[in-house]
Design a protein around this ligand. Sequence first.
Ligand code: 8YV
Length: 325
Amino acid sequence: MKPSIVLYKKLPADLHQRLEKHFSIVEFEGITEENRPKVFDALQQAEGLIGSGGAVNKELLDHAPRLRGVSTISVGYDNFDVDELTRREIPLMHTPTVLTETVADTVMALVLATARRVVNVAERVKAGEWTSNIGADWFGVDVHHKTLGIIGMGRIGLALAQRAHFGFDMQVLYNARSQHKAAEERFGAKKCELDELLAKSDFVCVLLPLTNQTFHTIGKEQLAKMKSSAILISAGRGPVIDEKALIAALQEGTIHAAGMDVFETEPLPKNSPLLSLPNVVALPHIGSATHETRYGMAACAVDNLIAALTGEVKENCVNPHILKK
Ligand code: 8YV
């Protein structure tokens, strides 16, 4: 008999078939408050779990006594209780490499959209406001030759530094725990303290994952250290930025604008002040959302689960030390 797995995200047909060759699949559309009891029932027999979104916490794991491998279709895994998985010696797999370039493209899109006011002016054209030669009220600010600061220098940060350096002749600053020689040697990036990065950058790009240490890394105090002409880009996880403090900073002119792909609450609540601020470009968490990349992430996650359940894990494991036991 094939091992049972719980799949909680719709997969392309060929990837679904790839999983079916190895496993008997119980499928759900996400893990939600409503379907949690049904998911818990299915998990009683499940040896594998694969999907994205939803909280995979101790309560859920307590319903999954046979679980041997978990695979998330994402690079981020803040919705997983990794300590609890590790304690149970269950490997957690993620998709760290396939989405790098696409997310870096999205960050550049936010840089350009906010600086050049792309969304705002395009809306005005559609509203029929382009009736004569445009004046200064349609202008934005330059991107090229400016300074771009990266907070959280991982794979995506490196791909962003490459774009900024080669594509836009920008000076790249970064703040990270360790030195990134590749970023320095290939893209002229300069490592600096957070305060220096905030003070010098025209674009502050926050790419940090969400952990206990990164929660509200950017708050009132940090925003006050930015130039009043600076633009904040948020594309890691929403709670890394204190959204209330950011809204105040945008309203009061402490900073010039913000481009955001992630938020403290997603989907963004209808009454969020961010929706009515003219100096905000808000995207619906589309960082990796292209057909090619989302397919690549799903394929990677499928292969990760197969590897985890056949004991063949070679890469992409978040808690690999348990495998060496
Ligand atoms: C996905 C992401 O949008 O990979 C991540 O961590 O945030 C995004 O690429 C999300 O996980 C949904 O699949």
